[in-house]
Design a protein around this ligand. Structure first.
Ligand code: NDP
Ligand code: HSE
Length: 430
């Protein structure tokens, strides 16, 4: 049996677990694939780094990733380095040469997935990336295979574990964002630089990948409306609780009137919503399809072993394809749907205002909502001497109308400050 030869690019959190699984499960993998998998080489940045826990011949390591990719004895390139360059150059080189590629690189796929798909088509090669969204959760293959006969209408997900840990902690302990972030960092959930997570960049990249697959169109990270969780306060969480809700960082991709709406932002969701009970650093994705109805995918969205599990699944798939002399269906982007501007997304708002407590204030505030054709669903007021806090929840309205309403409220003399503005999802308009 001629072995399938794998070039592994990266041997960090995910890569070291890929090595471990390849070695631990060698016998089963051979049986499942029909040929053994051999590691041809491992590209890393620092040859001198202690890799005592990676049980392979040290001679396999190299810093010349491109040279490794180009080797004639390499069939499959597995990229678990991350970032745009040089990863894009390596993968384009591999794909154009007909080598199968497995990658977990959501940033690259979301920024320039089209270049990778085009290279895969040119080289007649497989491009698999199950690990790029929601770690261990089998999600991309169901979207691109199992649900291919159906029409997906909406994908709503918690796709970032760090922010889910922070928000879950704020919900259960009443802590503020900074305190919850410090705890997440101390426990190793948040990275030293948490920007990509807490500002929503990571979730936006995943949203782009999900939207591309679900709606057969090329959607990039730049197409995703993105807001992070840094502005979410303990008061917001308390207010959510008072409404029977919690706050989650949601990625929402929806097909609306033959266009694609993709957004990532924190939102209040009712505690009865299937995503509300997703705690800790777990991920979950809720898929709605015309015939299938509602589907929920849940599991670990990060971590070395869970992510490596998804990578291994892809290695098995591309290896079997190579042995059978076939390749998977190429990128499906025939629908080519345009991106719907965020202003046209229909959402509900929860707005907390500090106002002067005197006659006519409520009428003036309500007048601004009416002017922008935004219907108010509920109003709660709590007094504070001369001041009062007004909490207003709207019915669904175009985001542009809600934004204009908030902007005009800020101009009113009677509005001392707008303490918070949060979207509300998963509650049907009444
Ligand atoms: P790490 O930072 O732990 O590992 C990165 C690896 O890439 C290291 O082995 C590093 O080498 C190597 N590397 C960096 N630059 C180069 C270079 N120029 N040439 C060769 N090798 C290089 O990253 P992770 O394992 O956490 O993540 C890898 C990928 O998987 C990323 O795309 C990430 O987004 C994705 N991913 C990660 C998840 C996770 O939970 N960690 C979850 C889902 C996806 P050295 O060891 O010498 O430093
Ligand atoms: N939803 C109504 C409004 C409240 O905003 O005007 C009173 O009917």
């Amino acid at each position: 049996m001629k072995p399938v030869r794998v070039a592994l690019l990266g041997c960090g959190t995910v890569g070291s677990e890929v090595v471990r699984l390849l070695l631990d499960q060698a016998g089963d993998l051979t049986a499942r694939i029909g040929a053994p998998v051999e590691i041809a080489g491992i590209a890393v940045r620092r040859l001198g780094r202690d890799r005592g826990d990676v049980p392979v011949d040290p001679a396999l390591f190299t810093t010349d990733a491109l040279g490794l990719v180009k080797r004639d004895d390499v069939d499959v390139v597995v990229e678990v380095v991350g970032g745009i360059e040089p990863a894009r150059t390596w993968l384009v080189e591999a794909l154009k040469a007909g080598k199968s590629v497995v990658t977990a690189n959501k940033a690259l796929l979301a920024e320039d997935g089209g270049t990778l798909h085009d290279a895969a088509t040119e080289g007649g090669a497989d491009l698999y990336y199950e690990a790029s969204v929601a770690g261990a959760i089998p999600l991309l293959r169901p979207l691109r295979e199992s649900l291919h006969g159906d029409t997906i209408t909406k994908v709503t997900g918690i796709v970032n574990g760090t922010t889910n840990y922070i928000l879950s902690s704020m919900d259960s302990t009443g802590a503020g964002f900074t305190e919850a972030l410090e705890e997440a960092t101390a426990l190793g959930y948040a990275e030293a630089d948490p920007t990509a997570d807490v500002e929503g960049f990571d979730a936006a990249a995943k949203a782009a990948i999900l939207a591309s697959l679900a709606f057969h169109s090329r959607v990039s990270a730049a197409d995703v409306h993105r807001e992070g969780i840094t502005e979410v306060t303990a008061a917001d969480m308390a207010s959510a609780k008072a409404m029977g809700c919690t706050i989650k960082l949601l990625c929402i991709a929806a097909r609306i009137d033959d266009s694609v709406s993709v957004r990532v932002h924190p939102a209040m969701i009712p505690r009865t919503h299937p995503l509300a009970s997703v705690g800790d650093a777990f991920n979950a994705v809720f898929v709605e399809a015309a015939a299938a109805g509602q589907l929920m995918f849940y599991g670990r969205g990060a971590g070395g072993a869970p992510t490596a599990s998804a990578v291994l699944g892809d290695i098995v798939a591309v290896s079997r394809n190579r042995l059978a002399g076939v390749r998977a269906a190429s990128e499906s982007r025939y629908a080519d749907l345009p991106i719907r501007p965020m202003g046209e997304a229909v959402t509900r708002y929860h707005i907390s205002l500090d106002v002067a407590d005197r006659a006519g204030v409520l009428a003036a505030v309500a007048g601004v909502f009416a002017k922008h054709d935004v219907s108010i669903a509920t109003v709660r007021q709590s007094g504070r001497g001369d001041d009062a806090v007004l909490v207003i929840v709207t019915h669904a309205a175009p985001d542009a109308a809600l934004t204009a309403t908030v902007r005009e409220l800020q101009q009113l003399d009677i509005v001392r400050s707008i303490a918070s503005v949060l979207r509300v999802e998963g509650i049907e308009a009444t």
